[in-house]
Write a protein that binds this ligand. Structure first.
Ligand code: R5P
Length: 300
């Protein structure tokens, strides 16, 4: 079956890298916002026959950026799926490197909505064939949908990049207990006996304020602190300040999805980080590691 790729407006670099890795043709989109605020999207093709009878891969991250927020990104994604379905795509494969709302997977206070599950059900209801996400915040939310669904692990490619930096005497630190499992898996890519430590983090469910504590022994050690998401940088900055106090040598803040909202860059570097390392799930200046190979390996 013929295969093509649609490069979503939020994944322009990664989309092209994936198409090149698969050696298939790719097409971009034209987008705008109407004066009343509604989104408009058109796939940049001359006629429907290009899609009719074709397998279509859509790549669209749903993180916020200066040009669109996550709601707009989700609407654009739904528009692309509707368009290719209507034009006769025989198989629709959707790649969402960063899935917005994935952190809203539980009811933390009465009256809240489990919106992560709803977002997935909405995408699934469009009868796509396959869905690929990367290091999703909560794996359990994938259990609720019907289509084939894969959560791609970015740990190896992040570790390969970090190894190339020649970091010595490594300790991997998780910024909270929830990230320990991920950090242990991450540490294994650096060797068998790499120590893993973590902080106790408590986030006030009303104010969002974080408190963090932990006693780690880090004299002369290079620290990789790893999380799935850096949003405002509050979690990383708090952790890095403690790491510095505990004598850490160099500190690398690593995240699959480095959203870097508000003054996150300033918070993290002024806390003492030597670098921030993210993937191209979010297209910004810290996207040093491309997910394309890991995604292409699944799509081949
Ligand atoms: C939370 O459970 C996540 O894994 C991240 O730790 C969190 O989203 C980071 O948010 P922020 O950068 O705003 O502290």
């Amino acid at each position: 079956m013929k295969k093509i790729l649609i490069v979503g407006p939020a994944s322009q670099i990664l989309g092209i890298r994936i198409a090149k890795g698969l050696d298939i043709n790719y097409y971009n989109t034209e987008t705008k916002t109407f004066p009343d605020g509604e989104n408009y999207l058109r796939i940049n093709i001359d006629n429907d026959s290009l899609i009719d009878g074709t397998e279509v891969i859509i790549v669209q991250s749903t993180g916020p950026s200066s040009s669109e927020n996550q709601n707009g990104r989700l609407i654009e994604l739904l528009m692309m799926i509707e368009a290719v379905k209507r034009m006769g795509a025989t198989k629709i494969v959707v790649v969402i490197p960063y899935l917005a709302y994935a952190r809203q997977d539980s009811v933390f206070r009465p009256g809240e909505c489990k919106f992560a599950q709803l977002v997935l059900r909405l995408i699934d209801s469009m009868r796509i064939n396959e869905l690929y996400v990367v290091d999703i915040h909560s794996q359990k939310i994938l259990e609720e949908i019907q289509c084939k669904c894969v959560n791609i692990d970015s740990m190896k490619i992040l570790a390969d990049y970090i190894k190339s930096l020649n970091i010595k005497n490594i300790v991997v630190v998780a910024p909270d207990k929830g990230a320990v499992e991920r950090s242990r898996a991450f540490a294994k890519h650096f060797g068998d006996n790499i120590p893993v430590d973590y902080f106790e983090k408590v986030r006030d469910v009303k104010s969002g304020e974080i408190t963090m504590s932990g006693k780690l022994s880090l004299k002369n050690r290079d620290v990789i602190i790893s999380d799935d998401i850096i949003a405002t940088g509050g979690t990383m900055a708090k952790a890095i300040k403690i790491l510095k106090k505990e004598g850490a040598n160099r500190i690398f803040a690593v995240a699959t999805h480095a959203l870097l909202l508000q003054n996150a860059r300033y918070r993290i570097f002024s806390a003492g980080a030597d670098d921030i390392i993210g993937t191209d799930s979010i297209d910004n200046e810290v996207s040093k590691v491309s997910l394309s190979k890991a995604i292409v390996d699944y799509l081949k």
